[in-house]
Ligand binder design. Structure first.
Ligand SMILES: Cc1cc2nc3c(=O)[nH]c(=O)nc-3n(C[C@H](O)[C@H](O)[C@H](O)COP(=O)(O)O)c2cc1C
Length: 152
């Protein structure tokens, strides 16, 4: 799978106290346009998994190349996160957190799920979409490395 180049997203949810929680994810794809749906695969050993199960809503934030530090940061569990990157959230419809400054934000209701092995595949119906700066370049991940293809 490391030879499959992907973009990078951050999945946003809320913890039980209503505080935003974020996790880096690249197991993400479009499902169909009518209705607008996407899917993400979430490992059962993540904190995010419990929050998605509880809320049945997610935000999917597609990262820009300038957000590599955030991609790295949210790829660790909270107790293992290093550094102090600058980030903020805006609450979207139904209190789904949007990671400010991302290239695209999808606010989704979970409309289907399928457990397979140690992951759950979640199908999200997009309720709201926000597109950021049209000139932004994507952050990518390939061969276990972060890439900025616009500058390669
Ligand atoms: C580039 C990259 C992509 C990742 N994609 C996923 C993914 O699609 N699904 C997943 O469950 N974990 C994925 N991870 C791992 C999670 O980001 C990691 O387990 C994180 O610590 C989970 O955070 P949480 O336990 O706070 O929810 C990915 C990690 C990296 C570096």
């Amino acid at each position: 799978m490391s030879k499959f180049a992907t973009g990078v997203t951050v999945i946003t949810t809320l913890d039980p106290s209503g505080t935003p929680h974020s996790m880096t994810a690249n197991a993400f794809t479009s499902v169909c346009l009518d209705p607008p749906t996407l899917l993400v695969c979430v490992a059962h050993n993540t904190i995010t998994y419990g929050y998605v199960e509880a809320q049945q809503r997610i935000g999917v934030n597609v990262l820009r190349e300038e957000q590599e530090e955030l991609g790295r940061y949210f790829a660790r569990r909270p107790e293992q996160r290093e550094g102090n990157p600058d980030y903020s959230y805006t609450m979207g419809t139904h209190n789904v957190p949007e990671l400010d400054g991302s290239m695209v934000f999808f606010n989704c209701d979970i409309v289907g799920s399928h457990v397979y092995g140690d992951h759950t595949i979640y199908v999200g119906e997009v309720q709201e979409m926000k597109s950021g700066d049209g000139d932004a370049n994507p952050l990518m991940f390939y061969d276990s490395h972060w890439y900025h293809p616009a500058h390669e």
